[in-house]
Write a protein that binds this ligand. Structure first.
Ligand code: SF4
Length: 334
């Protein structure tokens, strides 16, 4: 247990957490909406610091990050808890759990960094559940990792306040942000959150020089409307430019949304076409088995530069961040 960052005292031992836009007001002995931050006697504590409930070495492509050290591995950790409550969550057994209800390993930041170095991982990924809710654990680990030359990546819902985000930006090298949809209605009904803070996070990460990729999970009838996808792509292009890699992925029935069918591959491919038509340069169709949709091609000459087979890289022809035609390919390549 570690005293939390970003909270203030209120009356009668009540505190207010300012880590995410929920800004929970939490009475003594109670927890915030994410279940993992508890008021103990008028002070706010993180209940998941050093308590990893998921640990694995993953290909960086699995996050997904396609323009960030391709072919490398990421030492990946997660804890219990989340500040969103997506009805389709694939990791709900940990993300929607109380910390005492999941099995955890004691894994202090120093051990994570040591394990990452010893296993040859080029990065540590804070993933599986939402890294915002284990912020202090992420921050301490990321600081240590940076000193050892290991990069830090977050796979994140983007629902965080600006002040903690700016602090995190000092230590994070890359982020895959879930842009889950592009209407408040969708965010409110399906995730229990709202859109604007996520957009603010994406802009801030980009402005602070963190490498950003975006993922949108498409759910039939709920967020696959072509006009909304167009609007989203225009926002991306206008605010962070056409070079941000955009991953569309397919929904599979899960958790509270077992009543809907899986997303057909055509829906994912259609979204990809829309994004390309709107001028986004690198658009990927994830988790559907369609040949070549995970490859990276040069937008100028069309040469296929990175050939992927699911999460493995078969060939990478990006040299000095460029295509052989001289066009600069955005990303972190070394
Ligand atoms: S991080 Fe948790 S406790 Fe803090 S405001 Fe967000 S949901 Fe509430």
């Amino acid at each position: 247990m570690k005293q939390a960052l970003f909270w203030i005292k209120k009356k009668d031992k009540t505190v207010q957490c300012h880590l995410c836009p929920r800004n929970c007001i939490i009475k003594d002995k109670e927890r915030g909406n994410c279940r993992v931050r508890e008021n103990k006697g008028g002070k706010l504590y993180s209940l998941v610091y050093g308590e990893a409930c998921a640990v694995a070495i993953d290909p960086i492509e699995k996050k997904p990050l396609f323009h960030f050290l391709p072919g490398s591995t990421a030492y990946s950790i997660g804890t219990a808890g989340c500040n969103l409550h997506c009805k389709f969550c694939q990791n709900w057994t940990t993300s929607q759990a109380n910390p005492e209800d999941v099995y955890t390993d004691k894994l202090p930041p120093s051990e994570i960094v040591k394990n990452a170095v010893e296993s040859g991982c080029k990065s540590i990924a804070y993933t599986y559940n939402e890294p915002i809710v284990y912020y202090e654990y992420v921050l301490d680990t990321a600081k240590l990792a940076k000193k050892k030359g290991v990069k830090n990546v977050i796979v994140c819902n983007g629902f965080i306040n600006q002040e903690p985000l700016l602090e995190l930006c000092k230590y994070i090298d890359a982020a895959n942000i879930d842009l889950k949809g592009f209407t408040d209605k969708y965010y409110k009904e399906i995730t229990g959150a709202w859109l604007q803070p996520v957009l603010d996070t994406i802009k801030t990460l980009y402005e602070k020089g963190v490498w950003v990729e975006l993922t949108t999970l498409l759910i039939p009838t709920l967020n696959d409307d072509p006009e909304t996808i167009k609007k989203m792509c225009r926002w991306i292009k206008d605010n962070i430019g056409p070079d941000v890699p955009l991953h569309f992925s397919a929904f599979y029935p899960c958790y509270l949304m077992k009543n809907l069918p899986a997303t057909p591959p055509e829906t994912v491919l259609r979204a990809r076409e829309i994004a390309l038509e709107e001028g986004i340069n690198y658009v990927y169709a994830g988790n559907i088995k369609v040949e070549n949709e995970g490859n990276t091609a040069c937008p100028k000459c069309g040469e296929v530069l990175i050939t992927r087979n699911w999460f493995s890289v078969d060939e990478n022809k990006v040299k000095n961040s460029k295509c052989s035609c001289g066009h600069k390919i955005p990303g972190v390549w070394e």
